[in-house]
Design a protein. Structure first.
Length: 205
């Protein structure tokens, strides 16, 4: 029997990492074998692309370049790890997938949504996750959590506009797609985890 692909999405500090651990434990407790992935990355070449994307280049990096690198890494991960794992019956739990590009590059950076969808069609050939949990958090809260402190500096404040646009796009895309469940990640962690566990258990065979 083929496995399923569950993706966890959300802004920095939304709580993806801890939710992923919970999902992996929940699946393993049911005797399922589980593979974890993160994007961009997850194969030798995709990890090299991740380094390339994060590198502080001594030149302007075009938004289109960033976008295509993200998709290049995603194709490597899909073909060399996700699809083989699913075919062999493993469940795959992903830290981000295509929805991140739709939200960050589409909403945050303002790239044309139709162009993005066309690129996704080429790269993914119709492949979509079976279930996506979108952890919704206000950007200021998420960034403060991620930084491990309470206040944002001037640069982070300026960056909030970008994250607000990204969050708005996440919410709009989630509202339109029945395979995406939005979870209020502003709640205490115990409440978030209870909702995640419930959602995953409903989804299990
Ligand atoms: N619901 C929550 N309430 C308070 N703190 C949280 C919550 N979820 C996560 N955290 C904390 O916020 C920080 C970032 O969480 P993390 O899981 O690394 O987020 P992400 O992987 O989405 O960036 C961690 O220190 C984590 O313990
Ligand atoms: Mg994380």
């Amino acid at each position: 029997m083929a496995g399923k692909f569950i993706v966890v999405e959300g802004l920095e500090g939304a709580g993806k990492s801890s939710v992923i651990s919970l999902i992996v434990e929940t699946l393993q407790a049911r005797g399922l074998s589980v593979t974890q992935t993160r994007e961009p990355g997850g194969t030798p070449m995709a990890e090299a692309i991740r380094e390339c994307v994060k590198h502080d280049w001594d030149e302007e990096v075009a938004e289109e370049t960033e976008l295509m690198l993200m998709y290049a890494a995603r194709v490597q991960l899909l073909k060399n790890r996700i699809l083989p794992a699913l075919a062999s019956g493993e469940w795959v739990v992903g830290d981000r997938h295509d929805l991140s590009s739709q939200a960050y590059q589409g909403g945050g950076r303002g790239l044309n949504a139709d162009t993005l969808r066309a690129l996704a069609d080429i790269a993914l050939d119709g492949f979509t996750p079976d279930l996506t949990l979108y952890l919704d958090v206000e950007p200021a809260t998420g960034l403060a959590r991620a930084r491990g402190r309470g206040e944002l500096d001037r640069i982070e404040q300026a960056g909030l506009v970008f994250f607000e646009r990204t969050r708005d796009r996440y919410l709009a895309l989630a509202a339109d797609d029945p395979t995406i469940t939005t979870i209020d990640a502003m709640q205490p962690m115990a409440a978030v985890h209870a909702q995640v566990r419930h959602c995953v258990e409903q989804f299990l065979p």
